[in-house]
Design a protein around this ligand. Structure first.
Ligand code: MLT
Length: 262
């Protein structure tokens, strides 16, 4: 793992393989380890760059509110620090997808392709945003384990819940060991993320939209509609998967990426 100094944070990042750059940006409140099956497999063809976002994993720099734009700017700075000048494929899951939208808005010149996994284009409803703010305070008061209890039942398909106890336990460990200040900061940032729906027709980079069949957070219907509104997108649904499709169906997920990129 490399350590990369940004202006106001230190990011830990996996940087392996050579070839076209594939940047993997994790979901909330996780870290790069959710991409282990992609890192291990895809580094035979790609230079795989998988950071821990600021405040997550072993990266520092959490702030009170961490916006999706701030994370996107961090990714831009990270690419500079790694001396990556070529256009990249930005692959983001869920919150990583929210960051991908902002990366497109702010750093489109760096993008060759997008891969949007189990994510949403809409912003939070007022009620949803209020719920996040309340949750942020609860996490600060009570610790990150309440976030794990709230999220884990929504992350995995029922078949995974039964079959993949180890990956669920590993995911729980990542959530409970994430600093409350980071969980709270990202909750506040997600609560104020902009709605991207009206922008979709303008996002004309080749895009792959991937969704787990049983995703309870960003549903197949919602993600198919995103793909339909993007001018240059293909949609792939992964059977027997929930929100964490790269972990639940790694082979099918990696094949979809290879077909799209190679
Ligand atoms: C994620 O997986 O990153 C979260 O479900 C995103 C969210 O809470 O909206």
């Amino acid at each position: 793992m490399k350590t990369v100094e940004l202006r106001d944070a230190t990011l830990n990042v996996i940087d392996v393989g050579s070839g076209p750059v594939l940047l993997l940006v994790h979901g909330f409140p996780l870290d790069h380890t959710m991409w282990q099956a992609q890192i291990d497999s895809l580094c035979d063809t790609f230079r795989v760059v998988a950071p821990d976002l600021r405040g997550f994993g072993t990266s520092t720099g959490a702030t009170q509110t961490m916006t999706m734009a701030q994370f996107a700017d961090d990714m831009n700075e990270l690419l500079d620090a790694l001396d990556i000048k070529e256009q990249i494929t930005f692959c983001g899951l869920s919150m990583g997808g929210y960051v991908a939208w902002q990366f497109w808005k702010r750093h489109a010149n760096r993008l060759a392709r997008l891969i949007l996994c189990d994510t949403r284009a809409i912003s939070d409803t007022e009620e949803g945003a209020r719920g996040r703010i309340t949750m942020a305070q609860r996490v600060l008061d009570e610790g990150s384990s309440i976030m794990a209890e709230a999220m884990l039942p929504k992350l995995f398909a029922e078949s995974s819940t039964n079959e993949h106890k180890a990956i669920i336990e590993a995911t729980r460990r990542v959530i409970v060991t994430t600093a409350p200040v980071s969980v709270a900061g990202a909750l506040r940032g997600m609560a104020q993320r902009p709605d991207m729906t009206s922008e979709l027709p303008n996002i004309d980079v080749p895009t792959l939209v991937i969704c787990g069949e049983h995703d309870a957070i960003s549903t197949v219907g919602e993600m198919r509609a995103i793909a339909e509104h993007l001018p240059n997108a293909r949609f792939v649904e992964l059977a027997d998967s929930g929100h964490m499709s790269p972990l639940e169906s790694p082979h099918a997920f990696n094949s979809a990426i290879r077909e799209f990129l190679v």
